[in-house]
Each structure stands twice: as structure tokens, then as C-alpha cells.
Write a protein that binds this ligand. Sequence first.
Ligand code: HEC
Length: 144
Amino acid sequence: MRTPFALAAALAAAGTLALAHAGVEDPDVMARMHSMKEIAAANKAVGLMLRGEAPFDAAVVATSAKIIAAESARIPALFESRADDPKSEALPAIWENWVDFEAKAQAGVLAAEALGGVRREADLAPAFAAVGQTCKACHTAYRE
Ligand code: HEC
């Protein structure tokens, strides 16, 4: 398989960002932050296409969407432990509104799956925006 350049570059950037978490001590917090970085990197690979910084490539969109969907599906398991760390931005409201938190994670899965179905450049912007809405909805409620 040919390495999709935009995705490879974004994932490499995520690896660099992970180093910024050197001060995080709780392994569960580290794991969920790492998962969010993977999500953000895949999201960025698609964002580059919309900004004209990478060519539209349906295969990269599909691969990126698959990462976002798979990692989003893991969100409930990753947050279940109620782990905390001085560097965590997770709000206690997550565990007070667990059913809603899970629903917001599931909304992310569904939006990412829809993004993965995009085959034409014209369909990319709305599908990408829909994914972005699900990130924002959860972060607004549950992230500092
Ligand atoms: C169901 C809730 C939920 C969804 C959906 C979600 N996030 Fe997050 N995200 C969080 C929470 C909570 C944190 C804070 C975790 C912590 O600091 O312990 C976070 C943290 C992050 C971080 C910072 C990670 C770090 O290293 O500190 C990034 C980047 C991020 N999210 C990107 C995204 C993107 C991009 C999407 C959508 C494609 C997304 N998230 C979807 C809940 C969510």
C-alpha cells in the first residue's frame, strides 16, 4: 500500500505532540490523551485537503475516518476509570453525565463513518464539518 503522505505527516506530528505529555503520570490519562492525538492527527490529514494544502484523496479520507471512528469507539472504555492527573483537561461532569458522554462519543463514531463514505471532493466539507461538530460538542461540555 502506498503511504498517504498527508496522513503520514499528520501522524508523525502527533508523535511529536505526544512528547508534550511527558509530565503526565497517570497511565490511563496518558492513554486517553494519546487516543485524542490520534483522532486529531487523522482529522488534520483531512483538514489539509480542505485548506488546499494536500490534494483530495478519497483513500486518505477513508483511512483517516477509520482511525477517527475506531478511536472514538474506544472513548467510553478509555475514560471509564475516572483517572485524574494534574495535566488532564477532563471535567468531572463526564462521570456525572456518563450516558450523555457515551452518546457524544457514539455521535463521533457515526460522523466519522459518514466521512469515510465520502468519494467526491464536493462532499468532503460538509462531512468534515459534521465530524468537527461532534468534537466540539463533547469538548464544550467535558473538557476544560
Ligand atoms: C465524547 C467526548 C469527546 C469527543 C467526541 C472528542 N473528544 Fe477530544 N477530548 C475529550 C476530553 C474529555 C479530552 C480531555 C482529556 C484529558 O485531558 O484527560 C479531550 C482532549 C482532546 C485533545 C487534547 C489531548 C491532549 O493531548 O491533551 C485533542 C487534540 C482532542 N481531544 C481532539 C479531538 C478531536 C479532533 C475530536 C473529533 C474528531 C475529538 N477530540 C472528539 C473528549 C472528546
